[in-house]
Ligand binder design. Structure first.
Ligand SMILES: [Zn+2]
Length: 390
């Protein structure tokens, strides 16, 4: 019974977040749930404050005016945080993804534990700033699990997701969701950027990660449960991987692999960072390195696409100059056509905004909330009471 109510509440809230304000009749039509059940559940969500009624515009013809329902503009916020090698950032957003507040602080922690503590403190500050009661959840992004399982992890920012989760829970009682960054991007696209419902997201960064939105769901649930492409072999690659294979994605076309190659060949000094692959004063050597990587991606990404068969593929990451990006996407398109005999819907997609990662991370929290709004509302009320008593 409760499960059923929650499923209906979830369908209502998800439809409104995806499609904008809707009336009860339209909700019944879109969700396929009876008008009576919709009306009852909407009443419950209104009482909880999870939905609001939008003042109706001029009545359309005769009869009662339609009162559209919407998610609250204030009172329900999601928080997102991110650990970058050089900074920690965190922001609070409305359920529509509009920024309420955000900031970024230079990283100072020298150990993983210190970085986690620093992140937890920043998140705590943001939560306090917007009001703890308004926050319905916290999303945090990390690189793919393999990076923090390296011994030792390559960077201090490659914190263990479980340790990060525990660290945050030590400061806050809100629901916390920690996921690899590409999964947050896929959700941000779906909930806040009109992404389709069958989209493969490929993030090229220090690792190459993929995430798939299929139907209403982000598949490969949880970190490490799938979507790891690091040890797929790039056709033609001769770079040895630490796993024992030759030509893995990880050893061939990640930023980490490129960086190692750039340092080994003297193009960059030891200790260089990912961003040094994309300097303002570009060099021919780096250009060639990135161009070779674009071609490698052009050979391996179509293999992933042909396995998953998404309606649409988006490639993200810095990759290089606009020309390098364009040639990479072209090569993916051409190779896909050769392999599959169909045109691929593939494009480079990056929404550059200063609060890019906090924003994407917050989508993780939204997604969890929308999956079970009534449970979350129950927890929220309990937290409120605990704060009032304590
Ligand atoms: Zn490998």
């Amino acid at each position: 019974m409760v499960r059923q109510r929650n499923a209906t509440a979830s369908a209502i809230m998800r439809t409104i977040v995806r499609q904008g304000p809707l009336g009860r009749k339209e909700l019944a039509a879109v969700t396929g749930v009876s008008f009576t059940t919709i009306t009852k559940t909407v009443t419950e969500l209104l009482e909880l404050g999870a939905l609001t009624e939008v003042p109706p515009s001029a009545p359309r013809g005769a009869g009662r005016p339609v009162t559209p329902l919407d998610v609250p503009a204030v009172g329900r916020l999601v928080v997102g945080g991110h650990l970058h090698p050089e900074s920690t950032s965190c922001g609070a957003y409305t359920m529509r993804g509009d920024v309420v507040t955000w900031r970024s602080a230079p990283a100072s922690g020298g150990t993983q534990r210190e970085r986690i503590e620093e992140a937890a403190e920043l998140v705590e500050e943001i939560v306090a700033e917007v009001g703890s009661a308004a926050v319905i959840g916290i999303g945090m992004t990390t690189p793919w699990a393999e990076l923090h399982h390296g011994q030792p992890p390559p960077l201090v920012a490659d914190v263990d997701p479980h340790a990060l989760y525990t660290g945050l829970r030590g400061h806050l009682s809100h629901p916390v969701r920690v996921e690899p960054n590409v999964r947050a991007q896929a959700l941000e696209h779906y909930w806040w950027a009109q992404g389709g419902d069958d989209v493969l997201t490929v993030l090229v960064g220090r690792s190459v990660g993929v995430a798939l939105m299929r139907g209403d769901d982000l598949v490969w649930d949880g970190p490490g449960a799938g979507g790891l492409v690091s040890h797929l072999i790039v056709p033609g690659s001769t770079f040895p991987c630490e796993c024992g294979q030759i030509g893995c994605v990880k050893a061939t076309c990640t930023d980490d692999a490129l960086l190692r190659r750039a340092v080994d060949s003297g193009l960059l000094p030891p200790g260089s960072l990912q961003r040094d692959l994309y300097p303002k004063d570009d060099t021919e050597g780096l250009r060639q390195l990135r161009q070779a990587r674009a071609e490698e991606l052009g050979r391996v990404v179509p293999l992933i696409m042909s396995l998953v068969a998404p309606t649409e593929t988006t490639v993200r990451g810095r990759l290089g100059t606009p020309e390098e990006i364009e040639s990479c996407i072209d090569m993916i398109r051409v190779r896909y056509r050769e392999l599959v005999g169909r045109e691929a819907k593939v494009r480079f997609y990056d929404r550059r905004r200063p609060d890019y990662w906090p924003h994407a991370s917050a989508a993780l929290a939204l997604d969890s909330y929308l999956a079970s709004p009534l449970w979350h509302e129950g927890d929220r009320a309990l937290r409120d009471r605990a704060v009032a008593v304590g």
